[in-house]
Write a protein that binds this ligand. Structure first.
Ligand code: C2E
Ligand code: MG
Ligand code: MG
Length: 655
């Protein structure tokens, strides 16, 4: 709440006795420099005109003979003002165009000189006018220039106007004789000037306060644009602004960018509620600003923070941050900070790029419980480069055909006939060579571009099937991998339907695979999409069952036709060294098959690599088998070759 001010404080404030922030000061200074541009231009035009007028009146008219001495004597004040006008104009333009350092002292110095010259000029010209019985208009104009167009704090304007005004009236009254040799100013004139002065003071004060409230408003906007609303510490823009400044003075030897992620924060939020989550973020921000005083830091988003520091003991300080969040956390919600660090080498780059490297180092920690800190190294630099290459080149890869579809056969366990293939993406790059989906899929998902790749895969699959149909040969169903993001980033159903129409592929020849981990939260929209796909006649397959956290939940909410049991279960299956493991796997798989059966779903097991797997899975009634035992994913021509060589026979059962 704002404090109430008493009258005395209000008057002092009105007169300009209050502390200004650096921003407000520079706002006022900049505004004065902008006014100076106009004033200096007017002065240049006016004084040039005065000089030309003088030349025209006295010299060109032939009234007087031209001598440098008389020319200079009569026009010296014009020259002085003209020169000052030019200097002020040039200075102001350079200042506003950021061509020179915005020096407080230099602009004050020039402003004072300018004020002095205006006063001198007004004073002398008007004294001359007054002695001839004319008004002191020149003086008043100059006062307007110096005290009103340049806006000072009100008490300065007030003192300046009051002192100079009085001094001038006393000067005229006592020292400047009129034409008839008498001294003494007319009382009416004195009152007129005094009234004029008072009005001027009111105007000056009101302009000042108007400008000041603009400065305050503008500062608030600037602060809001660089501050994180929740925690009050800088946001990414505030961080970069400060970092650019800090980089000028910081000890480059110890320079390090840190990226901090609060692990398990989502769980904390879900369990204790948003308010508690916010409190934790605020407390952590406070601790960061204490531990890293003087450094640049920011809350980047959600539970992500960044710091640029040269404090050699930064790891101890991070431990303090960890202690601070630990204080508010129940033991079961184990919150840890994961920290990625990047030490820039050579030329300093844009801080945002450097944060990205620290962030990357942080992501490499993953969920490893025993590790909280990772420093960006050569290997990461390579991976990071590849990651950026993928992000920046996916369009080109799609356009130039670097994206290929490899097909992996799936067989019926009963008769081992080919019941379909899974389409798997490969990126065969002219620069990096063979890239596996394990590398590029997560990057494309993170950069929200997976739809570009998937669309390309779906079209290639439809085209491949069409070609075979056109040759009059038998086709087999192909299962397509869908990313959860496909449904957000594109009209996935609309696109699939468009391709089906375009290539004339019967819908039962395309299966939709969606991985279990995609279905963990926010499932309402996705469920709707799945239902539409179902209605249209596509078979829905749940991929990687058993590898995620919430398998059973997913079975409750979605209606899948086929459940693909993740290949993790078959790891080391049949290996005599892992006998116990094999026994457990057998029990799990049997139970899962039973479960699927009860829910009306068919089953497929991935990762079938040996006879033991085949034998067991066939015996317990797993419907489909997929794995290296039959074939690795291969180009479509290799599949046709295997078919023509009799290695696979296409089944007549299409499901
Ligand atoms: P996924 O859909 O579960 O695909 C099965 C993965 O297991 C494939 O890896 C396949 O090569 C591998 N695999 C199959 N049989 C065996 C085996 O017997 N032993 C072993 N060790 N591995 C086997 P891949 O092709 O590297 O794909 C990895 C993942 O990338 C896929 O897992 C899928 O989630 C994703 N992915 C692949 N292609 C696409 C795509 O076109 N779109 C989307 N959104 N994701 C894709
Ligand atoms: Mg799959
Ligand atoms: Mg899978």
């Amino acid at each position: 709440m704002e404090k109430k001010e008493n009258l005395g404080t209000k008057i002092l404030r009105a007169l300009g006795f209050f502390k200004m922030s650096d921003y407000e000061k520079s706002f006022h200074r900049d505004a004065n420099v902008r006014s100076t541009v106009y004033m200096a231009s007017i002065i240049i035009v006016l004084e040039t005109w005065m000089i030309v007028r003088y030349l025209n009146k006295y010299i060109f008219s032939g009234k007087y003979e031209f001598t440098f001495e008389s020319f200079f004597t009569y026009t010296k004040s014009y020259w002085m003002l003209l020169t000052m006008g030019i200097i002020m104009l040039v200075y102001s333009l350079l200042y506003l165009g950021d061509k020179i350092r915005r020096s407080k002292k230099l602009s004050l110095f020039l402003t004072l000189i300018f004020t002095g010259i205006c006063m001198y000029f007004g004073w002398t010209v008007s004294a001359n006018d007054y002695s001839k019985g004319k008004m002191i208009l020149c003086f008043l104009t100059m006062v307007l220039y110096a005290a009103c167009l340049l806006i000072w704090r009100p008490y300065i304007s007030f003192l300046m106007l009051w002192a100079i005004g009085n001094a001038y009236i006393i000067y005229l009254d006592k020292f400047v004789p009129l034409k008839d040799g008498t001294l003494g100013m007319n009382e009416g004139d004195k009152i007129n000037f005094a009234t004029f002065y008072i009005s001027m003071i009111t105007v000056v004060i009101s302009i000042y306060h108007q400008r000041h409230s603009e400065a305050v408003k503008s500062e608030k906007l600037v602060i809001a644009s660089v501050t994180d609303e929740l925690t009050g510490i800088p946001n990414v823009k505030g961080f970069t602004d400060k970092a650019f400044e800090q980089l000028k003075t910081i000890n480059k030897e110890n320079l390090v960018y840190l990226f901090i992620n609060i692990e398990n924060f989502k769980l904390y939020n879900d369990s204790l509620g948003f308010m508690k989550g916010n409190e934790l973020l605020i407390n952590l921000s406070k601790e960061i600003s204490e531990q890293f005083k003087g450094d640049s830091y920011a809350r980047l988003s959600n539970d992500h923070f960044t710091i640029l520091t040269d404090k050699p003991d930064y790891l101890d300080r991070i431990n303090k941050l960890q202690e601070a969040i630990g204080k508010d956390t129940p033991d079961e919600l184990y919150l840890t900070l994961k920290v990625g660090a990047y030490r820039p080498k050579g030329e300093l780059e844009d801080p945002r790029l450097e944060i990205d490297r620290a962030r990357y180092a942080c992501t490499t920690i993953g969920h490893q419980a025993d590790k909280f800190y990772a420093e960006y190294d050569e290997k990461m630099a390579e991976d990071f480069k590849l990651r950026n290459y993928i992000i920046n080149n996916v369009d080109k890869a799609v356009r130039e055909g670097y994206i290929k579809v490899y097909y992996q056969p799936v067989v019926w366990s009963e008769d081992k006939k080919l019941c379909g293939c899974e389409a798997l993406a490969r990126w065969i790059d002219p620069k990096y060579g063979f890239l596996s989906p394990g590398v590029f899929i997560p990057v494309l998902e993170e950069s929200r571009q997976i739809d570009k790749l998937d669309l390309c895969i779906y079209e290639t699959v439809c085209r491949d099937l069409r070609e075979r149909l056109d040759k009059g040969e038998k086709i087999f169903p192909v299962s397509l991998n869908f990313s959860r993001l496909d449904f957000e980033l594109m009209d996935a159903i609309g696109e699939l339907e468009r391709l089906v129409e375009k290539y004339g592929i019967p819908r039962e020849y395309l299966h939709v695979e969606i991985t279990e981990s995609a279905l963990t939260d926010d499932t309402i929209g996705l469920k709707k999409s799945m239902d539409i796909l179902h209605e249209k006649g596509y078979s829905l397959w749940l991929d990687d069952f058993g590898s995620g956290y919430s398998s059973l939940n997913v079975l409750k909410d979605f209606n899948f036709d086929v459940l693909k049991i993740d290949m993790v279960f078959l790891k080391n299956f049949g290996d005599p060294d892992y006998e116990e493991n094999t026994e457990n796997t057998k029990k799990i798989i049997c139970t899962v098959i039973d479960l699927a059966d009860n829910l009306g779903m068919k089953t497929l097991t991935e990762g079938v690599e040996n006879d033991a797997c085949v034998e067991f899975l066939s015996m317990v009634g797993c419907d489909r088998l997929q794995g290296y035992y039959y074939s690795k994913p291969v180009p479509i021509d290799d599949i046709y070759k295997m078919i023509s060589e009799g290695k696979f026979e296409i089944s007549d059962v299409i499901e």
